[in-house]
Design a protein around this ligand. Structure first.
Ligand SMILES: Nc1nc2c(ncn2[C@@H]2O[C@H](COP(=O)(O)OP(=O)(O)O)[C@@H](O)[C@H]2O)c(=O)[nH]1
Ligand SMILES: [Mg+2]
Length: 192
């Protein structure tokens, strides 16, 4: 599968205000700053499509992107990162509810949970994974920022994620387009 074009559709604070699109959709999950927006930009080869930031936790909106390919089109939903400590507990709880509503009620092909290659799997990644499993929501894991670690480390981290989470895990880096094809062909196989 090759991407032909990509465009930003809408930002929405919650599920209710998201339009029904009737296209295969993937929801991007992960801690703030893990590289979700950068992933969208790299995949689509459009550096300013999704806003990236050095200050984590800024986006509290669901951002929908429509991706046109040489086969089926699909949607990427960039969700606010979880585990951002610098907002109040009540704000965190309210966002957590919004996120859960989205994941439970939106028709998704799969979620994509991002893990930072530089760090060990974090507690909130595990909690999210347990919640997904409990609710039978499929998940693909993407190991981001693989440019920071060696090829051997990439392989062992992927194996560890696959073993612990029982999901497919793929490598990614914004600095190296070699990973793009692997991700696209896997997404394509999930869309069917
Ligand atoms: N070296 C490197 N930096 C990355 C990569 N992906 C994201 N970043 C950086 O990590 C920071 C957070 O990325 P962003 O996409 O905004 O994360 P988000 O909060 O998950 O959307 C930015 O400064 C990015 O430039 C990557 O694959 N390699
Ligand atoms: Mg982002």
């Amino acid at each position: 599968m090759k991407i032909k074009s990509a465009k930003f559709l809408i930002s929405s604070p919650n599920l209710k205000l998201c339009p029904e699109l009737n296209l295969p959709e993937f929801a991007l999950l992960g801690r703030s700053n893990v590289g979700k927006s950068t992933f969208i930009n790299t995949l689509c080869n459009q550096l300013k499509l999704a806003k990236t930031s050095n200050t984590p936790g800024k986006t509290r909106l669901i951002n929908l992107f429509e991706i046109t390919t040489d086969s089926k089109p699909f949607i990427l939903a960039d969700l606010p990162g979880y585990g951002y400590a610098k907002v109040s507990k009540s704000e965190q709880d309210s966002w957590q509810k919004n996120l859960e509503q989205y994941l439970l009620k939106r028709k998704l092909v799969s979620t994509i949970q991002f893990i930072d290659a530089r760090h060990e799997i974090q507690k909130n990644d595990i909690l999210m994974q347990e919640w997904l499993k409990f609710n039978n929501i499929p998940c693909l894991n993407i190991l981001t920022k693989c440019d920071y670690i060696s090829r051997n480390e990439v392989a062992s981290k992927l194996a560890k994620i696959e073993k612990e989470f029982q999901n497919k895990a793929l490598a990614f880096s914004s600095k190296n387009r070699i990973y793009v094809d692997g991700v696209l062909s896997h997404l394509s196989s999930l869309i069917g």
